[in-house]
Every structure is written in C-alpha cells, then in structure tokens.
Design a protein around this ligand. Structure first.
Ligand SMILES: NC(=O)c1ccc[n+]([C@@H]2O[C@H](COP(=O)([O-])OP(=O)(O)OC[C@H]3O[C@@H](n4cnc5c(N)ncnc54)[C@H](O)[C@@H]3O)[C@@H](O)[C@H]2O)c1
Length: 372
C-alpha cells in the first residue's frame, strides 16, 4: 500500500496470530499505509516484515518515534494490553488496541483517563459492528422495522480451543474466559444496536476444573481452570430493553442463535458478531417466513487471510478519519462501557443487580470506507 498525501501511517506492535489479518486487511484502505512492525519475538517480526513487505523496527519505542506513524496498533495478548497501551499512549500517538481493552474494567478506566489527559485518540476492537451485518441491523432498528425493542438474546458458545489450539491456557486464566475473549463482539454489537446498559446481574461458575487438551501436536496435556467458564446474565438497557445473555466455554453442542432482538413488530436475527458480514433476517409479526434484509453497505471480508481469520481494518480506518475530525465510532468511552459490562459478566454480581458506572452514546452509523 502506498504512502500518499493525506495517507495516515500506522505501526503494528505484535506480529502473532491475528497480525496477518491486519497486514492484509489494512491494504484495503486508500487512506492508510503501514510504516512498520515490531514484536518482542524478533523472528516473528522479521517473518511478517518479509511476508508483507513492511519495515521491521527494533522496539515499539522506535516504531512510535517514527514521524510517519500516527496510529499505533496493539496486537499483543490481552494480559499485555495494559502495559503496552500505556507506553504507546505516552508517545502521544493515537492508539488502536485489539480486544479486550485490558483484562479488567479498573485498569481500562485508568488507561482511558491517561489517554484523555494526554489528548490522545484511543480506540479499540472489536470493530466488527462497523461491517455490513452490524450496520444493516442498526439501520433496521433505527428505521423502526421491528418496532420498540423489548428484549434480546446473545449466546457465546464454546470455541472448542482444547481441540485445535496447541496451548489454550490463556483462555482459562485471568484475561481469558468466554466473556473477555468472545464477549466483546456480542456486547459491542448489542450496545451499537440498543445503546448503553443501565444495570445487570450475572451468575458464574467453573464448568470443569481441568480441561484435557487433545490438539494434534499439543504443547500441553491439560489446563487447570482458574476463572469462571460459564456466565448467565440479564442486562437492562437504558432504553428499557432486557437482554438474556449466556457466555460459556461449557456449551459444546447447541441450537442457539448468535443475537436476536425481539420488538413490538417482529424479530431481528443478527449473524455472528465475530464477523463483519453475514445475513441479517427479519420476521415481522404475522409473516410466515424470515426475510433477509439487503445490506446497507458492501461486505468487507470477501476473503480471509491465510490463517482463515477475517481481514481487519475498519476500526483503524475509523480512527484515522477521526484524526481528520469525523466521529470516532470505536472510541474508548464505548469500549470502556463494554468492558465494564463484560467484567461483571465474567466475574458475576454476587449481591444482585449492579448499576453501571459508565455510559456511552451509540456510535454514529458507519460509512463504507474500504476499496476492495
Ligand atoms: N488470534 C485470533 O484469532 C484473534 C482474533 C481476534 C482478536 N484477537 C486478539 O488479538 C490480540 C493478539 O492475539 P494473537 O492471537 O495474535 O496473539 P499471539 O500470542 O499470537 O501474538 C501476540 C504477539 O505479541 C507479541 N508481544 C507480546 N508482548 C509484546 C510487547 N510488549 N511488545 C511487542 N510485542 C509483544 C508476542 O511476542 C506475540 O508474537 C489479542 O488481544 C486477541 O484477543 C486474536
């Protein structure tokens, strides 16, 4: 991708599993170019630099100091997010981090304060709600297609990581679990559609205390589970809508939807919020069949990267546009509200319902900004 006048330079910190989806995905935006990448593991950074024809920097400090870099992207593991993001914010460049914002609401709130004090634009994944499915569902709600939204359901089910990941330990220790790993996609999608959560209650438990790993070529035989793996929650939105939410690594088989909204005029079915695209369907009261809604913007992930991960980038492009004065849709206030909700879902609310201490506006409807 070429660096042109007005093009925003980005630096990538962390060249692991998800990074290919960023290197290839960012290529789809005319207004972005990758200045360089870095990783504590020099071999990984070198391999990524060679594969994607990107300069490799010795450290995140060196990358942040490059005058062409305006946005730093944090693709390190969840438990490193707080330290890495803090250092990147201190460089006074804008920062976009992979999800979760950090491993706890308390640390995320501190970081958001630091970014605000320094006047740094700070955004976070997930940005999948900016894609065709999230925006089509949002337009349907905004147009009143299903009337007043009374209820919703959202279900995170088992990623089966013990069957395909060589070492899924990170999913069963602090920073992991279904709520922090997959939950950000679901709660971001719900908040985009319904607005902020006012209060919630959640019950949690550990399913199995030891998880056998059966992955061919596994690095470990089993994982000791240190955090709850099954949460059941009820979220009351400021709008009055009530969502029933289950986030679990103990649901191996099911026939559950991803997300559904139940309105006074009908039901909206929303596809996997872990992806940008997919069919949004509606069935209005009295209709005999489901109808697929025409997408309001073009799909983003016509292809996936070589590891079969959906390409990434809309959130980084959104941050770049925000540098030019447009609304920030993947902003820190939105992500902080989402992480407060998720922290409660992950840990449970022992004394009944809790009122959320944060709130957020719904992000502005998104525009299609990709070129391919
Ligand atoms: N892998 C996926 O399918 C996926 C999908 C969506 C989002 N994510 C998110 O992306 C992030 C990264 O996930 P991943 O699967 O690529 O992890 P990974 O472990 O494969 O890669 C993370 C990389 O960060 C590097 N790193 C750690 N600390 C660093 C530091 N201080 N400075 C520079 N580099 C550092 C590590 O050496 C490693 O190469 C996580 O937040 C995860 O939740 C992952």
């Amino acid at each position: 991708m070429a660096s042109g006048s007005g093009s925003v330079g980005v630096g990538i910190v962390g060249c692991g599993n998800i990074s290919g989806a960023y290197f290839r995905g960012l290529d789809r935006f005319d207004g972005l170019h990758i200045v360089g990448c870095t990783d504590l593991d020099r071999g990984l950074a070198t391999a990524a630099g060679k594969r994607y024809s990107v300069p490799v920097f010795d450290s995140s400090e060196a990358l942040a100091a490059d005058p062409d870099v305006q946005i730093l992207i944090n693709l390190t593991p969840p438990l490193a997010h707080e330290t890495v993001t803090r250092a990147l914010i201190a460089s006074d460049k804008s920062v976009f981090t992979e999800k979760p914002l950090t491993a706890s609401f308390a640390s995320a709130a501190t970081l958001v304060d630091e970014a605000r004090e320094r006047g740094v634009l700070f955004g976070s994944a997930p940005d999948t709600f900016l894609g065709a499915a999230g925006q089509t569902a949002r337009a349907a709600v905004d147009d009143g297609l299903i009337g007043d939204v009374i209820g919703a359901t959202a279900f995170v089910t088992h990623s089966r990581a013990e069957l395909w990941h060589p070492d899924p330990t990170f999913l069963f220790i602090r920073g992991g679990g279904p709520a922090l790993d997959m939950g950000p996609y679901y709660v971001s999608a719900l908040v985009n559609l319904l607005g902020p959560v006012a209060s919630l209650y959640a019950a949690v438990r550990i399913g199995s205390t030891v998880r056998p790993v059966s992955t061919p070529g596994r690095r470990i035989e089993s994982v000791d589970v240190a955090i709850p793996t099954h949460s059941g929650a009820v979220l009351t939105f400021a709008s009055g809508a009530i969502a029933t939410v289950q986030m679990s690594f103990d649901v191996w088989e099911h026939r559950l939807p991803f997300i559904e909204l139940y309105g006074s005029k009908g039901t909206l079915s929303v596809p996997d919020p872990n992806d940008y695209d997919g069919a949004v369907s509606v069935r209005l009261n009295g209709e005999s069949e489901w109808r697929e809604l025409p997408p309001v913007i073009r799909g983003f992930t016509a292809s996936v990267d070589t590891d079969q991960l959906p390409l990434r980038g809309p959130g980084v492009a959104d941050l770049a546009h925000a540098l030019a004065g447009e609304p920030l849709r993947v902003g820190a206030d939105f992500a902080l509200h989402v992480i407060e909700v998720l922290d409660h879902i992950a840990n449970g609310t022992r004394d009944g319902a809790v009122a959320l201490t944060t709130t957020t506006d719904r992000p502005a409807p998104a525009k299609e900004t990709w070129t391919a």
